[in-house]
Design a protein around this ligand. Structure first.
Ligand SMILES: Nc1ncnc2c1ncn2[C@@H]1O[C@H](COP(=O)(O)OP(=O)(O)O)[C@@H](O)[C@H]1O
Ligand SMILES: [Mg+2]
Length: 247
């Protein structure tokens, strides 16, 4: 069984602030596991601790107490110097505000991360181009973020997150400011990745539409998991998954 477990959180808490007045218990005793090939939606109102939880899962933020394991190895207590190569190898992050660098083109934004994973020169350029093509954005390669629509920016951000082939993709409100059609495409891309490429995808959102494309729905409130449901994701729905390659 254990070899199927990807990411495991064991009694995680996070407290912000160091005085009684400023203290916020953002995450209170969360224990959960995510397996390879699984897609999950963490659903909860604003302020319920979703971003905090996702940041700890990806090693961007340390828990106050509790441990996080990846394939049985604890990484939540690693020093920063050991943690950053770990993050690069195992995690792809898709953030709410796209986090594209404004002075780099769409292609360069992707290439930056491709180079960080070790590819150099022409190889890095070629890989970045093929990722842009996969996102249907070849004709936007030399556009800067300010010249791209919200949906295009988000597609660049997704491809950038996937460029180092991370086994785990963490997305924070990926459909945040997008209209519903673009939002649907984005969520289908993400669930397709989990299903076809056997990666783990965890999406954090308050967008109920995402329920349709994930395997698990985890509800959080006040820093706690209040319930879990099976998602409405139909693994045999080829049409939704092919979207990723053709849109
Ligand atoms: N760096 C921080 N310092 C202090 N409080 C924080 C910090 N980050 C988040 N919080 C608090 O923790 C709680 C959970 O925040 P967050 O994880 O961003 O929620 P969500 O993503 O669900 O909206 C909120 O009350 C928020 O104000
Ligand atoms: Mg948030």
């Amino acid at each position: 069984m254990t070899q199927h477990i990807t990411l495991s959180l064991d009694h995680i808490t996070k407290v912000f602030g160091d005085t009684q007045e400023t203290k916020v218990e953002a995450i209170r005793d969360i224990t959960i596991e995510f397996r390879r090939g699984e897609s999950a939606l963490i659903l909860g109102p604003s302020g319920s601790g979703k971003t905090t939880l996702l940041s700890m899962m990806g090693g961007l933020l340390r828990p106050t107490s509790g441990k996080i394991f990846l394939n049985g190895k604890e990484f939540s207590s690693l020093r920063e110097a050991e943690l950053s190569p770990y993050r690069l190898r195992y995690f792809g992050f898709i953030f709410q505000e796209f986090n594209l660098l404004s002075n780099l083109t769409a292609l360069e934004n992707i290439e930056l991360v491709v180079r960080m994973s070790g590819l150099k020169g022409e190889l890095a350029r070629e890989k970045s181009k093929s990722l842009l093509e996969l996102a249907g954005l070849s004709r936007r390669a030399s556009h800067f973020p300010s010249q791209l629509s919200g949906g295009e920016k988000q597609r660049v951000a997704i491809m950038r997150a996937l460029s180092n082939n991370p086994p785990i993709v963490l997305a924070d409100e990926p459909t945040g400011n997008l209209d519903s059609e673009v939002g649907n495409v984005i969520t289908q891309i993400l669930s397709g990745i989990a299903c076809r490429e056997n990666r783990t995808v965890v999406i954090v959102s308050h967008d109920e539409r995402i329920k349709k494309v994930v395997d698990r729905i985890i509800y959080v409130q006040d820093g706690k998991i209040t319930k879990e449901e099976k998602g409405e994701h139909d693994k045999d729905n080829k049409e939704a998954h092919n979207h990723y390659l053709t849109f």
